[in-house]
Design a binder for this molecule. Structure first.
Ligand code: ADP
Length: 261
């Protein structure tokens, strides 16, 4: 439990630091991009400096993408609050997930038989799944299996006592597993830190999992990771379900797509 607490404090501290820096950086980058665009407009199309300027702007835009990732981690990004049905959401992104993992990796899905409504931002949950799929792909260069499943998890006192985390309530559980190369202890301990990566320079930013962490905690959820070298990795995402009456309302709402493939 003490370790859980220390981890939470560490993430909080990194989040505040990263969020502050990212916020200021974002403003500075807007200035670079803004004035860059202005200069671009004033330049003749055949100006020999135009190509340099284009590159400056492209790099600044890339940097802005990175800082956006940091903002997501530090929970400083705005979040939509809407009823989201997770089975439908996952079903509707399977095509994209398949494209991310490629043909050598098999995608398997299984769903809790009832609906699973949470309050949140479907775009951000999409992003979580994409980031997890990207890492799974990188962990299985020779192919393998990628599994996404959902379940209903009641968190009770006995669960909290056993696992050392959680607040009582009903949760949607998203299980994401791969049969990839797994992680050593050091990676496991730092996986959610921004900029922590074991990938080659240029291949990884080290932001994927910190974004996942930020999004899950912003949804008042929990994320746990279990991994064994050469066997694979499992992520468990617990997201609080919305109250029954809200669920009923959400079910009746025609605006909710239950995407299918
Ligand atoms: P990046 O993917 O850019 O390196 P992430 O924050 O997404 O950054 O991941 C951090 C590190 O965590 C990765 O470099 C990798 O070592 C490890 N990791 C994440 N997901 C997995 C996975 N499914 N299997 C094995 N290692 C993983």
């Amino acid at each position: 439990l003490e370790q859980q607490l220390r981890q939470a404090q560490k993430m909080e501290a990194i989040g505040q630091l990263a969020g502050g820096i990212a916020h200021d950086f974002n403003n500075l980058l807007s200035v670079i991009i803004g004035y860059g665009n202005l200069a671009q407009m004033k330049m003749d199309a055949d100006d020999p400096l135009k190509c340099n300027l284009d590159q400056i702007i492209a790099a600044a835009e890339k940097a802005a993408q990175l800082t956006k990732g940091l903002l997501a981690f530090s929970r400083k990004q705005e979040m939509k609050q809407q009823p989201v049905e997770l089975n439908g959401l996952i079903e509707s992104v399977t095509k994209i997930l398949k494209r991310v993992i490629g043909e050598d990796i098999q995608l398997e899905t299984s769903f809790h038989e009832g609906t699973l409504f949470i309050n949140g931002d479907s775009g951000q949950i999409d992003q979580v799944l994409m980031n997890l799929a990207t890492n799974a792909r990188d962990a299985m260069p020779d192919g393998g299996k990628f599994t996404v499943s959902t379940a209903l998890q009641e968190i009770e006192d006995s669960f909290i006592a056993m696992h050392g985390f959680g607040k009582p309530g009903a949760y949607a559980l998203i299980n994401v597993s791969d049969s990839g190369k797994g992680m050593d202890q050091h990676t496991l301990q730092n996986i959610f830190d921004p900029f922590f990566t074991t990938k080659e320079v240029g291949k990884g930013t080290g932001l994927g999992m910190s974004i996942v962490y930020g999004i899950v905690t912003q949804h008042n959820g929990y994320i746990k990771v279990y991994s064994e070298p050469d066997i694979g990795t499992t992520f468990r995402l617990y997201l609080p379900l919305i109250e029954d009456n809200q669920v009923e309302e959400a079910k009746l709402s025609p605006a909710l797509p239950r995407g299918g493939t």
